[in-house]
Design a protein around this ligand. Structure first.
Ligand SMILES: C[S@@+](CC[C@H](N)C(=O)[O-])C[C@H]1O[C@@H](n2cnc3c(N)ncnc32)[C@H](O)[C@@H]1O
Length: 231
């Protein structure tokens, strides 16, 4: 398999998201065929934060995944290392606290959030296991982590069509049609090589999280992993 587009340095990933920032949310809605909104509601319910609590939304991008917390009166910190994505977010939602920071070296004190969450971002982090350890460090004992990420469809025939045909075809189609094909090549390849549900659950346990569980959405196209920081 051609992994060329995955062999990126962190600054190249940030630059790629800087480029897609202006159209990020609209392309997201189209690619997920409207499912993204439902997935996001389920993530917010899983975090289960209440007003007065502080939530870290890591790899928050333009802040679309952070908005529901702010709307519910929860103090949310939207952290990302793409300044382009943060600027689009700040323009749209000046009330949200956007912070530039790298997931593998978070600019926050130990035990400073009631919950940490990351939506469609862990897959993009060059060292995702380190990010899971950093999220543990900044979360209070007894606090939660919720990870939403593309995963492996559970129905075998569909899994074959999805990973062997759709995810292989997307880069070729993008190279011919898209104005920024590199971003789509990267999207498809990063989904194809990402660990399945059980393996990601194992990563969470390895990082020190307890009570790890997950739930499949849209037949496993997306999985929501939940865990708590041991008290
Ligand atoms: C697909 S976007 C997801 C944005 C948002 N969470 C959402 O659900 O729409 C992935 C984000 O991960 C960010 N990212 C990737 N690696 C990162 C890192 N090491 N530290 C911080 N952010 C990172 C990118 O800049 C990008 O904004």
């Amino acid at each position: 398999m051609n992994r060329a587009s995955l062999e990126k340095r962190p600054e190249e990933v940030a630059a790629m998201f800087d480029d897609v920032a202006p159209k990020y949310d609209i392309v997201n809605d189209i690619l997920s065929m409207g499912q993204a909104r439902r997935w996001r509601r389920i993530v917010v319910d899983a975090v289960g934060a209440v007003p007065g609590q502080r939530v870290l939304d890591l790899a928050a991008g333009t802040g679309t995944s952070s908005e529901p917390y702010a709307d519910a009166g929860i103090q949310v910190v939207a952290c990302d290392f793409s300044v382009g994505m943060l600027k689009v977010g700040k323009r749209r939602r000046p009330d949200i606290d956007f912070v530039a920071g790298d997931a593998t070296n978070l600019p926050f004190a130990d035990n400073s959030f009631n919950a940490s969450t990351i939506s469609f971002g862990l897959r993009n982090v060059i060292d995702p296991k380190k990010a899971l350890r950093e999220m543990l460090r900044v979360t209070k004992p007894g606090g939660k982590i919720v990870v939403a990420e593309f995963s492996q469809p559970t129905f075998a025939p569909f899994r074959t069509v999805y990973t062997e045909y759709l995810m292989r075809a997307l880069p070729a189609v993008a190279r011919k049609t898209a104005s920024n094909p590199e971003a789509y090549v990267y999207l498809a390849e990063s989904i194809r090589v990402w660990p399945n549900q059980d393996e990601l659950a194992h990563w969470l346990t390895e990082a020190g999280w307890g009570n790890v569980a997950y739930r499949n959405l849209s037949g496993g196209i997306v999985a929501i992993h939940r865990a708590t920081k041991p008290a």
